[in-house]
Design a protein around this ligand. Structure first.
Ligand code: X2X
Length: 356
């Protein structure tokens, strides 16, 4: 979207809607609901910057991703002397992940954070970090994603016409929640109705457990659990907490079955419109925001269990090896190695160790 390049006014008050939206964002987005209502249908921002860009995502305004995005968007505005201004649209305000992926491709939104697994509907290799039980811990994750595997994936994203910032943001290791029973062994997943994000890797993995996965965008997860369209879902604790999934789930099984992260994606034309000095400011700040968000999220994922237990979730800790064995015997690793190809698989195994 091209905005008029008038001088930024500091005297004209912003519109009421924009003012309340900014107030909520400033307050740390304490109330996603209020933010959602305020931002619905808002026109272009009152302050005219040279580059008014939209950044959209699927997470609640209270998640570290949105808190850090707001902080670093402010830095971008300051460092660029007001030439680049980001409006942040959290919580699927601009549509589901599937919708937003189309929008960032067309240029209707300029920036968008998306799970690599969902991005794989466009860039097949982007789901590779979600291979079941590949990473033992965060050290292995960052070694891969800040190293050769991440570089390879970003190269493929570039070939598909999107620009990925270097540092992937943390979603986290994923855990299974249910309204019906704890998942203690792989047998508990047989016939289990579980929501998975829209991605062939997720469907394939839960089918390998003989579960009954349903592909549902995150925007619909809470109501799908509430109305019992599905029995369970899987997400890191920071998402289970900020999206209040504990209100509609009883059990949380700490399976740590995969690591998931969000690529900060830019529409290519919007990126190339920024002169090099502004590209440098934007890239550095989004990468620094990712670093800060990783620390916040890892801390939350490690500390939230007690909080969530107080909210009524019953926790159990299944044995990961039993689940991994089922995947191996089902031919899951062999199948995905063939799909991604030997080169990408070797880059994964460099950080994960042998997955055969
Ligand atoms: O859709 C999900 O479950 C979420 C929020 O984790 C992702 O964006 C992949």
């Amino acid at each position: 979207m091209k905005s008029p390049t008038t001088t930024r006014s500091t005297t004209t008050p912003p519109t009421t809607k924009a003012a309340s939206r900014r107030a909520v964002l400033k307050a740390g987005g304490a109330a996603a609901g209020v933010l959602g209502a305020a931002a619905l249908g808002i026109p272009a921002p009152a302050r005219a910057a040279e580059f008014n860009y939209k950044y959209a995502n699927n997470l609640p305004a209270t998640h570290p991703m949105n808190l850090r995005a707001k902080e670093f968007a402010d830095r971008i505005e300051k460092e660029s002397a007001g030439r680049v201004v980001f409006q942040i649209f959290p919580s699927n305000q601009l549509g589901s992940d599937t919708d937003m992926l189309s929008q960032v491709r067309s240029g209707a939104i300029e920036f968008f954070t998306l799970s690599g697994l969902i991005l794989s509907t466009l860039v097949p290799v982007a789901s590779i970090n979600g291979i079941g039980f590949a990473f033992a811990d965060y050290d292995a994750v960052w070694k891969a994603m800040d190293g050769d595997l991440g570089k390879y994936v970003r190269g493929e994203i570039g070939k598909a016409g999107l620009v990925a910032m270097d540092r992937i943001w943390d979603n986290g290791f994923r855990q299974i929640t249910t309204s019906t029973k704890p998942i203690a062994t792989p047998a508990d997943l047989k016939g289990f109705k579980i929501r998975v994000p829209v991605s062939p890797l997720w469907t394939s993995m839960f089918k390998a457990f003989d579960a009954s996965p349903a592909s549902i965008n995150f925007a619909e997860v809470y109501p799908a659990l509430q109305t019992k369209i599905v029995e369970g879902q899987e997400n890191p604790l920071a998402v289970i907490s900020t999206a209040k999934l504990y209100e509609v789930q009883k059990y949380c099984s700490l399976t740590n079955h995969m690591w998931d992260g969000f690529w900060m994606l830019a529409n290519k034309r919007a990126w190339e419109k920024l002169p090099p000095d502004l590209q440098a400011i934007v890239a550095r700040n989004w990468n620094d925001a990712a670093t800060a968000e990783r620390a916040d999220t890892a801390k939350l994922n490690a500390s939230l269990q007690a909080d969530l237990a107080k909210q009524g979730l019953a926790f159990n800790q299944p044995k990961a090896d039993e689940f991994r064995d089922v995947l191996r015997k089902a031919g899951f690793y062999a199948e995905w190695k063939a799909k991604y190809g030997a080169e990408a698989w070797a880059l994964l195994e460099k950080a994960s160790g042998s997955l055969a």
